[in-house]
Design a protein around this ligand. Structure first.
Ligand code: GFB
Length: 313
């Protein structure tokens, strides 16, 4: 990517897309293309195709997706499978037909089998049953990976697929029903501290483990891979270590400064017991995450406090 290359970030208002946009701007890229969802509905094939025909981007980061936490995935399976299939099919197909030089597709660690050996290597894909709470989203993302591979094979289209672990950071979704665990717990502890409450309830048993990647590290990895990786094989992006939800809750509680107790709502799902990514392929290429979980949570909490009214209304 040259400084003047035309680079389209699909999903630039989302958690991952906004971080990729920041990373590109910080690297001095000046010819960045973005469209909000009102201006360009990526679920509409004709609209997407005329956008690519008119704007002719050179590079595409496909970070647009319908995403959500464990409950949203479980409650809206039809929306998750349909919208993700629509968005990625339209963007990948139009990108190939209108001469995009390279596309980076963002997947998710939930594409791997529920009980994949840990840490999860890239070759675990399609070796076993998926986690039921998010299989609809996972199947859509697997279709996106396969479409990138098929378009490379048939048309020589340079599309790479990047599999991030659970992301968090500034710009996350803090809706208590739809969000992922980290922003949800941050909001719950912050609300309880400010209201003087004595306990906070978290979902499930607290025993599942998750790995968390700060979103600016993901954006850095995506730029690095756009520059340095040309392969049909998927590649994991993570930090290489995980912790239980109970440990995460205790950490966020301490950073937020809540002093009460933590209760469990066992009627809510635990989801997959563990999903730690094997990041050795990415490390061999020369990239590793640089933000510790403590620093990442602190900076996300600062952002949350500055934007509390907007993100909790
Ligand atoms: O982050 P999360 O919603 O999604 O939940 P997944 C992770 C774990 O945190 C689960 C627990 O065991 C939840 O039960 N948890 C505890 C909570 N308290 C809360 C809470 O207040 N809110 C939420 N959301 N969780 C998602 C997939 O799975 O991960 C997506 O559904 C995607 O498809 C994403 O892949 C990265 O890690 O279980």
């Amino acid at each position: 990517m040259r400084k003047g290359s035309r680079i389209y970030v699909a999903g630039h208002r989302g958690l991952a897309g906004s971080a990729i946009l920041r990373a590109l701007q910080a690297r001095g890229h000046e010819n960045l293309l973005t469209r909000g969802s009102v201006e360009l509905d990526l679920r509409q094939q004709l609209a997407v195709d005329s956008f690519f025909a008119d704007e002719k981007p050179d590079f595409v980061f496909l970070a647009a997706a319908r995403v959500g936490g464990i409950l949203a995935n479980d409650q809206f399976p039809g929306d998750f499978i349909r919208e993700n299939l629509q968005i990625q099919t339209n963007v990948i197909d139009s990108a190939q037909r209108h001469g995009v030089r390279k596309l980076c597709f963002l997947g998710s660690s939930c594409i791997y089998p529920r009980l994949a050996p840990q840490p999860i290597r890239e070759d675990s894909l399609l070796t076993g049953p998926l986690e039921p709470t998010n299989e609809w989203y996972a199947v859509a993302k697997i279709a996106g990976i396969k479409m990138c591979q098929a378009y490379r094979k048939q048309y020589g289209f340079n599309a790479i697929s990047v599999m991030p672990t659970n992301l968090y950071g500034p710009g996350d979704n803090f809706d208590l029903q739809k969000s992922h665990v980290l922003p949800a717990l941050m909001r719950k502890f912050d609300t309880a501290k400010r209201a003087g409450e004595t306990s906070v309830t978290i979902w499930g048993s607290g025993t599942p483990s998750r790995e968390f990647l700060y979103v600016d590290d993901l954006a850095d990895a995506c730029c690095f891979l756009m520059e340095n990786y040309d392969s049909p094989e998927i590649i994991n992006v993570g930090v290489g270590e995980d912790l239980t939800i109970a440990e995460l809750a205790a950490k966020i509680r301490d950073i937020v400064g809540f002093t009460g107790t933590i209760e469990h709502d066992h009627s809510k799902p635990d989801g997959t017991p563990r999903k730690l990514l094997d990041v050795s392929r990415l490390q061999t290429l020369g990239w590793q995450a640089s933000t510790s979980l403590d620093d990442g949570i602190r900076s996300t909490y600062r952002w949350f406090c500055e934007n509390r009214d907007a993100v909790t209304s």
